[in-house]
Design a binder for this molecule. Structure first.
Ligand code: MOS
Length: 750
């Protein structure tokens, strides 16, 4: 077990490889100088501005819009309504796969949620378009909004989110609970959350005949291309998407949204390029959110602190017209070695936009409930929460019985606890105060997220001058993909990073799959590495088959690629530069291709997850109930670390969001109107610097030969899991108050 410090490469990084180097983001300077061009920074010649008019009711229909008033406003060019919207080649409510979300693009006058687009005003300026929207003065026929977890009858969905069955059982939970000497049953509620990426959804769309060029932030350009192609009835190749930088995505930019399609429709209607940017409050509806949950956990424990049963039921909401929902109970599949486990979901339809992936969908929401319940079970058993977790450590994945491909969670617990100073913790709550009289509490939670792989392709071209270009349509949401993937590209080619040009962020490059599921580095990285390996294999064939080469006869497996040279494995003094090999062969360049996909054999043999342990300290004002997180320590084992600086930053971001989950974030809905009352960054609370404590991240070195050849597990989402529970448990430990409704508020503690 070693900590990867920012100055050192991991132990398994090969000599001379850029993998493992703590490089700064290659786009950092571009971003801080304003030179990075985001979607909305593009202004093609003749571009017009489109502004959405959105519904102020949650359910009903639009009865009138004063289009004439809007069109009479100086600068307004056109108003797009269901009456004049250009036709689509398919019904936007048609759905042939789970990744095809139903969208609202003015197909009729119906309103299905507040902030649903009801018209688009297109004008010469943003100001004129905004004024035009104000002049539309919509009237409605309003039906009562169905709001919240008790809005009506719930149903058991056929599948969880986009995959697992909604109900899973192993062993007999009921009997095991009945026979357990100690039982904990508790119900937790989590709120509705909205993504609030710094960059709202935006699009600049330009048609040239039936060819479409768009600038829009996307976490999955090829999928977006396919969706738009289907909607407009044009071949995907006719659509060029540029998405070089995203100001955050968090899942909300994983699928093309209604407003983005409206931008394309507006450009078609007026025959000029159009820019459409969502206002902050318009993000609260048509582009996804995390739905609220009510989760009931039942845990049975024997006389020695061993879990006998774990039941996790989650109720959540989905929209009235689509199926996505938050698979929160799945969080109980992986971590604790209960012989009986049952997880289940039910869903109630409400008048909101359809929920969507939000950083660790299911895991984040389920984790805060599960880790709270585990804390309650430890206390009921008179045990330290870490000792209880170790007692119930899962040696194989509990739900499937499969061995883990790797699991250094024990090391995470040990190293995190040591860093935090956990061993001095009193088991009972309300035992610690600081010098100012604030109540001090320490809590912990376990973090986990699946190690996933999707499909990707990449191309590498090595030139005779010893430089290379590597291309894949990868997405950088701000996480540093452009840097980490370039490091992998250089490693695959055996070149220094400064010899490699890495191109991403455009749909005319090979498909890099989706930047989601914490799988982008593994997925795109494996394709890139494969493209480099393909180049090296061709180069090696040229050299080892040519008697003029010092490598002649070494065989393909007999050489290494390093620093722009092929080197004999058995004799490091015999080598040849890439440049010399290409020159002798009379070639200007060599092209290689790479492809990646999950290995089905490994997937069926092993459970693949990243793990971590998070420890939190809070201080609570005993008079005012104000909670401050004062320390967070996270120890994570997530396979091979490509760039420790970027990985650390991903853990920071996840952990800060976890603290926010426990203490800050909540979209408040007006129960009468179905409107969100705090659809802005002033009142939808996200942590600011003053809310973020000192955070200590420890990266546990972990080698995993099964997840993929590079051993990458992914780090984008795991940080949010574990942390919410750790903070909530620390609040209990400080105060003795077990708050089961999140976020925890001042008055819960008074
Ligand atoms: Mo993520 S919620 O898979 O972008």
């Amino acid at each position: 077990m070693t900590e990867i410090r920012p100055t050192a490469a991991p132990a398994h990084a090969r000599h001379g490889s850029s993998i493992g180097q703590p490089l700064t983001r290659r786009d950092g300077v571009l971003k801080v100088t304003g030179a990075a061009r985001y979607a909305a920074d593009n202004h093609p010649a003749g571009m017009l501005h489109a502004v959405l008019a959105v519904s102020s009711i949650a359910r009903g229909r639009v009865t009138a819009l004063d289009v004439d008033a809007a069109k009479a406003h100086p600068g307004v060019i056109e108003v797009m309504t269901p009456g004049n919207r250009p036709p689509l080649a398919m019904d936007p409510d048609e759905k042939s796969n789970p990744f095809m979300f139903r969208i609202d693009v003015l197909q009729n006058d119906r309103v299905r949620y507040a902030n649903q687009p009801i018209a688009v005003v297109i004008a010469e300026t943003l100001e004129a378009a905004t004024e035009g929207v104000a002049l539309l003065s919509p009237t409605y026929e309003t039906l009562p909004a169905r709001v919240g977890l008790d809005a009506g009858e719930s149903f058991v969905p056929p599948a969880v989110g986009v995959g697992n069955p909604a109900q899973v059982q192993r062993g007999e939970v009921g009997a095991a609970l009945a026979g357990s000497p100690s039982r904990v049953e508790a119900t937790y509620e989590t709120p509705s959350q909205y993504h609030n990426a710094m960059e709202p959804h935006a699009i600049v769309a330009a048609w040239d005949g039936d060819a479409l060029s768009i600038d829009t932030p996307s976490q999955g350009m090829a999928m977006a291309q396919g969706r738009i192609a289907g909607l407009f009835g044009i071949p995907p190749e006719k659509i060029h998407i540029r998405s070089p930088f995203l100001g955050g995505g968090f899942g909300s930019k994983g699928l093309i949204s209604g407003p983005q399609v409206l931008g394309i429709l507006a450009a078609r209607l007026v025959g000029r390029p159009v820019k459409l940017v969502l206002r902050r409050e318009q993000m609260y509806g048509p582009v996804g959110h995390r739905a609220p949950t009510r989760q009931t956990l039942r845990i049975g424990v024997d006389g020695e602190g061993r879990m006998t049963a774990l039941a996790h039921h989650a109720k959540t909401t989905s929209s009235s017209f689509d199926d996505f929902f938050e698979p929160a109970a799945d969080a109980s599949h992986t971590l604790y070695a209960s012989p009986a486990i049952a997880t289940s979901h039910d869903v109630v339809r409400v008048d909101t936009g359809t929920p969507l992936f939000m950083r660790a969908p299911g895991e984040a929401t389920g984790s805060i409930a599960l880790e709270s319940a585990i804390d309650e079970a430890a206390w009921a058993s008179g045990m330290d929460p870490l000792a209880f977790r170790l007692k119930n450590y899962a040696e194989v994945e509990p739900i499937s019985g499969k061995p883990f491909s790797s699991k250094a969670l024990r090391e995470c617990y040990a190293e995190g606890a040591a860093r935090f100073g956990w061993s001095g913790r009193p088991v009972a709550p309300r035992q610690m105060r600081d010098e100012a009289g604030f109540l001090v509490g320490w809590g912990m939670g376990t973090a986990t997220f699946p190690a996933l792989m999707f499909q990707a392709e990449a191309r590498a071209v090595l030139r005779r001058d010893g430089t290379a270009v590597v291309e894949t349509g990868a997405h950088d949401m701000g996480q540093g993909a452009w840097t980490a993937l370039a490091q992998i590209a250089a490693d695959g080619l055996g070149l220094d990073l400064d010899r490699v040009e890495f191109r991403a962020g455009s749909s005319d490059l090979p498909d890099a799959g989706i930047a989601g599921g914490s799988a982008h580095t593994a997925t795109a990285g494996m394709a890139i590495h494969g493209a480099g390996a393909d180049v090296i294999a061709r180069l090696t064939d040229l050299a080892t088959g040519d008697e003029r080469s010092p490598l002649f006869g070494a065989g393909n497996a007999g050489v290494l690629a390093r620093n722009g040279r092929l080197v004999r494995r058995d004799d490091g003094s015999r080598s040849e530069s890439y440049t010399d090999i290409l020159a002798r062969a009379g070639l200007a360049e060599i092209e290689g291709r790479g492809r990646s996909a999950a290995d089905p054999a490994a997937q069926s043999a092993y459970a693949m997850h990243a793990h971590g342990a998070v420890f939190a300290e809070v201080k609570v004002d005993p008079d005012l109930g104000q909670v401050r997180v004062t320390r967070l320590v996270g120890a994570f084992a997530a396979g091979r670390v490509i760039n420790p600086r970027l990985v650390r930053s991903q853990y920071y971001g996840g952990m800060i969001w976890g603290a926010s989950f426990a203490l800050h974030e909540e979209a408040v809905m007006d129960r009468r109107s179905g409107r969100i009352l705090n659809a802005d960054l002033a009142e939808y609370h996200v942590p600011v610097n003053a809310d973020v404590p000192s955070i200590d991240v420890v990266m546990i070195d972990e080698f995993d030969p099964h997840v993929n050849a590079l051993g990458i597990k992914g780090v984008g989402e795991i940080g949010i899991t574990g942390t919410g529970g750790a903070v909530a448990n620390a609040v209990w430990h400080a105060t003795g108050a077990r708050v089961r409704r999140f976020p925890i508020r001042l008055h819960d503690l008074l």
